[in-house]
Design a protein around this ligand. Sequence first.
Ligand code: ASP
Length: 334
Amino acid sequence: MSKKKVILMSTGGTIVSSGESATQTTGYRLGELSINALLDQLPDLKDKIELEQEAVSHVDSSSMTSDIWLKLARSVQRAVDREDVDAVVITHGTDTMEETAYFLHLILKTEKPVVITGAMRPATALSSDGILNLYNAFQVALNDESKGQGVLMVLNNTIGSARFSTKTNTTNVATFSGLNTGDLGSVIDNAVMYFNRSTRPHTLATPFSVHDFDEDESFPRVDILISHADDDDKLFDAAVAIGAKGIVFAGLGNGCVPQKVLPGVIRANAAGVRVIRSSRVFTGPVFNGLSEWEEAGMISAWNLSAAKSRVLLQLALKKGITDVETLREMFERY
Ligand code: ASP
């Protein structure tokens, strides 16, 4: 069997973190451990893969930035544009993995498999999940059925879509789940099994590309406001005052907007700040709301989470798309 060329890009995260003892699975820090320490322990990889590596960043993903997203996206795009490269595997912290994955899912122009993985337990912990996750990520990257599926998230024997998969548990290894739609498949031992497809347009079927950004250019500011009892318009005004170009409102239930919040939405919209109506609830779509919310320019996120809505809005605004109706169509589509 001829070997496939896979590029491994590392960004940091728990997968390369170490605790002070084998029983420490929280409160550890990102240290000096490199992904090579894990690679050395992977069985039979050298027979199947010709591996190249690139260290893109070394951060705990709770400190992930859009600058790193762009750097990563450029590196992945360069890699998949190479004729000799078959797939890319990315290691990443789990905290913001779903945002990075969705960003890449929307912006990359490729049909080649791009797989992102990480770990919930540090490399030093009992039953650390990093090595198996990394091994499974390579299995998925090598599989022909993984082509054209956008960015895939592989952890804990499951294959999730970057569009739908979300972190659901703070500490459990079974944390990622496509809550609204299920997962795309499983990977067990060396068997990669798909039982779903991602139906929303991605990668080659979006208008976004790394070429939309000049070197050193940053994203427009988009803030997320989570609603609650006693909520009012003050944080809307504050977000506009500090330069937000977009606000994702994680409303109550079906994206409901408390009466005292609405004047802030109206003022933000009048100032040209686009407002997404999402929900603080994890499952179900944000469906029809009250006519005054629509009239205030609110854009339904459907079943896109608040964190992922922020990614889509940043990309759209960066592309100069500010028209409310066009944004409504985009949120329905992607
Ligand atoms: N805080 C870590 C990170 O996101 C958690 C993890 O990787 O599981 O980098």
